[in-house]
Design a protein around this ligand. Structure first.
Ligand SMILES: *Cc1c(COP(=O)(O)O)cnc(C)c1O
Length: 380
């Protein structure tokens, strides 16, 4: 299957997956003004704009500290470094996550230990984590996939039991809340966010944040994102160079007040899809009472995924497949020694999931078109 088959080329896209410019529809002039000031100020590195965004984002998440970094991937690397997770450590992660979760673990020299997700929620379960614990387990990284926040209390208890760090990969879940009322990023010792343009809160390029309520961890990340410098020319620890830029901080700070409303828009679109597609032989990520799913992606599940994907794209719908290969079947992680069949749920999800367009500003007409094309598919 390719993303650009012949049928697709003949049809222009009618329902776009992204519309980044529309995120500036009400405040572009103000943002450009602030950027102009920042450029002429000449203060680009960890400037007052970065500090301001860090304070606003920490408040939004509900933690004491947010530290701006270059990307969500760096946020994960810094989280692991700050907690001393390195060589010989094992880190439990879901097999059905984005590449970056696993890569970050490898970059600090630790070993990702994969677990199969729950087939209904698509998320990491406490039972699977318990079964994967060894004497070398130093960290557990639940991933709030597609914007649905994992139930954290049992994972918290396991981490405390075995004295491991709990790191939330919240790259897809800014503003999400678990069915147990736990806001994304507040239960783990550290939480990692991405502001990649595709994410619910988006910079104009790469950016990320590390969140924590621990003063000690925050202090370490503060040094380790800046080449380990505790003061001028004082390098006490090994650090990387990964600091949020002033320009991205300005953009993020301007968008943050709109994030909650954007998340509501996403949830409303998801509700429309769920209702309108309820009679089709497809299934959805499990919805729970009392949760706030922020729908980074709206996933549908079908055995006829590839045919349906072609049908959608050839009818102008910018659907996407995330992620067609689970971690253990990606070449980059061959050294982990896993084989096909090791994580059957993750493998099924990789084969059967398809994401429909969902974003703030997607019109009712667009949703209707998607529903119509979904109904027209004869291959279920
Ligand atoms: C996007 C993403 C990351 C990485 O974030 P970047 O900012 O792209 O480096 C990590 N984990 C998950 C689950 C993601 O979706």
């Amino acid at each position: 299957m390719t993303e650009s088959n012949d049928a697709q080329k003949k049809v222009s896209v009618i329902v776009d997956r992204y519309d980044y410019p529309s995120q500036f529809d009400c405040n572009l002039d103000r943002i450009v003004d602030q950027i102009r000031h920042a450029l002429l100020d000449g203060e680009y590195v960890l400037s007052k704009q970065v500090a301001r965004f860090e304070a606003s984002f920490a408040k939004f998440v509900g933690v004491k500290h947010a530290l701006g970094v270059n990307s969500g991937t760096d946020a994960l690397i810094l989280a692991l470094m700050a907690c001393g997770v390195g060589r010989d450590a094992e880190v439990i992660i879901p097999a059905n996550t984005f590449y970056a979760t696993a890569a970050a673990v490898c970059f600090v020299g630790a070993r990702p230990v994969l677990v199969d997700p729950d087939p209904k929620s698509f998320l990491m379960t406490a039972a699977s984590v318990r079964a994967a614990i060894s004497e070398n387990t130093r960290a557990i990284i639940p991933v709030h996939l597609y914007g649905k926040v994992c139930q954290m209390s049992e994972l918290r208890a396991i981490a405390d039991d075995i004295n491991a760090v709990l790191i939330e990969d919240s790259a897809q879940a800014h503003g999400g809340v678990s069915p147990d009322g736990e806001p994304a990023g507040t239960i783990g010792d550290i939480s990692c966010f991405s502001f990649h343009p595709s994410k619910n809160l988006a910079a104009a390029g790469d950016a990320g944040a590390v969140c924590t309520s621990s003063d000690a961890i925050a202090e370490k990340v503060r040094w380790q994102r800046a080449l380990g410098q505790r003061g001028p020319n004082v390098h006490d620890v090994l650090g990387i160079n990964s600091k949020l830029d002033a320009i991205q901080a300005i953009i993020l700070d301007a968008k943050l007040p709109r994030l909650a409303a954007w998340n509501v828009e996403r949830a409303n679109i998801a509700k429309s899809y769920r209702e309108a597609l309820a009679d089709l032989p497809v299934s959805f990520q499990k919805a729970d009472d009392n949760e706030r799913h922020v729908y980074h992606l709206f996933q549908i599940r079908t055995r006829h995924r590839d045919e349906l994907f072609n049908h959608l794209t050839s009818n102008g719908i910018d659907a996407v497949i995330r992620y067609p290969d689970p971690i253990h079947l990606q070449e980059a992680f061959a050294m982990l020694g896993y084989v096909r069949g090791d994580f059957p749920v993750a493998e099924d999800l990789a084969r059967e999931l398809l994401a429909l367009p969902i974003r703030p500003g997607l019109t009712a007409k667009s949703v209707e078109h998607v529903v119509r094309v979904m109904n027209n598919f004869s291959g279920y």
